[in-house]
Design a protein around this ligand. Structure first.
Ligand SMILES: *Cc1c(COP(=O)(O)O)cnc(C)c1O
Length: 361
């Protein structure tokens, strides 16, 4: 493989090199079968093993039991989950905490299926913080949060207390990035392309008891979680290649010490980039005002002028640092430093930031 770029793309994004290499081999020849992974039947024994191991490995990583939770692989992206969650579980009312653009979109879809109460929003400050006080209904069918706000660089570092109301989370951009008590959630979903694998598969981890008790039944077959749970995500042809790659990523995480270890590395990486920002606060302005709301996955900041931001991006690119342009909703710079982003890339970025400061202050 040629030298890899320092890949700070927000999604689709960097994957572990070893996973990419194994995938490249398996695309040509899977298990010495003379056929590639994209060319075999999803009903074959070989593929069944792939998908079942992926499901089991994921639950192991998250510290969940298959007695209580199902892992469902579906298409349609996290965006389809904005609809599937309320379609299946919103009977009367749901509470949504609106912490960014994705959360806004999730709440918008839910309104098609019932009453939506905005329990809190950080829109008043362009989503640059996580709201502390939630006005919860108490009798909602569920509370929906977005654990990491990809565009704005905020993250829930302390999960909200929602009492006995089922908690549902969009974890697309911080999925498997840290240890959490995942049993606090009844449903977790994540598009694969941020932290897990290629675009094309969405991972849903769903509490079986809640699904059995509360999910609606009079829905189109493919849009019911039950269909996918009952059939091991093989009701129809699953996105086989993305499932395969996601499975390899789960094994990569397990082999390297699980979520505890990746969380430590992620904290170390984030500390490097935030350290470079905080060293020169008059030059690098973190867009997230409260340090306790900072994401370890998406780091966002501004420079004194847009001209300097453009210069920064150009010079970064010359050093093979790719994907640093901030989302237009925030502007400035965003470094997405997902699980697979190596420590060396964060080191290189921090060093460049220091040099750029000295040359342009
Ligand atoms: C990227 C992203 C989405 C959208 O994912 P798709 O798979 O493209 O639909 C939703 N939520 C969050 C938090 C994201 O980062």
């Amino acid at each position: 493989m040629s030298t890899r770029a320092h890949n700070f793309n927000a999604g689709p994004s960097i994957l572990p090199v070893s996973v990419v290499e194994q995938t490249a081999k398996a695309i040509l020849d899977f298990n010495n079968s003379g056929m590639g992974i994209m060319e075999i039947s999803h009903r074959s024994k070989d593929f069944e093993k792939v998908i079942q191991e992926a499901q089991a490995d994921l639950l192991t990583l998250m510290g969940l039991s298959d007695k209580d939770y199902s892992v469902v692989f579906v298409g349609g992206g996290a965006s389809l989950q904005f609809s599937m969650v309320p379609m299946n579980f919103l009977r009367k009312k749901a509470d949504y905490v609106v912490t960014g653009e994705w959360a806004t979109k999730a709440a918008k879809e839910a309104k098609l299926f019932g009453e939506v109460k905005e329990a809190a929003s950080s829109k008043d400050k362009n989503f640059n913080y996580i709201p502390q006080n939630l006005a919860l209904s108490g009798d909602a069918d569920y509370v929906h949060i977005t654990t990491n706000n990809t565009l704005y660089g905020t993250r829930w570092n302390q999960m909200p207390n929602v009492g006995n109301v089922p908690l549902v989370a969009d974890m697309s951009s911080d999925f498997l990035s840290r240890e959490l008590d995942y049993s606090k959630f009844k449903l977790i979903y994540a598009g694969a392309q941020k932290n897990v694998g290629p675009a094309g598969v969405t991972v849903v981890v769903l509490h079986k008891g809640w699904a059995a008790e509360c999910a609606k039944d009079n829905l189109p077959t493919m849009l019911k979680y039950k269909t996918h749970m009952d059939n091991g995500s093989m009701f129809n042809t699953p996105p086989a290649l993305p499932v395969y790659v996601s499975g390899l990523t789960f094994k990569w995480l397990l082999k390297n010490g699980g979520l505890k270890a990746i969380e430590q590395t992620n904290n170390q990486k984030a500390a490097m980039v935030y350290g470079a920002i905080d060293a020169h606060p008059e030059f690098y302005k973190a867009t997230v005002t409260s340090k306790t709301d900072r994401s370890t996955m998406n780091v966002t900041w501004r420079l004194p002028s847009e001209a300097l931001e453009e210069k920064f991006l150009n010079e970064a690119k010359a050093r093979k640092m790719i994907g640093l342009k901030g989302h237009r909703a925030v502007g400035g710079i965003r470094a997405s430093i997902y699980n697979a982003c190596p420590v060396e890339s964060c080191q290189a970025l921090a060093q460049f930031m220091e040099e750029f400061y000295k040359a342009n202050k």
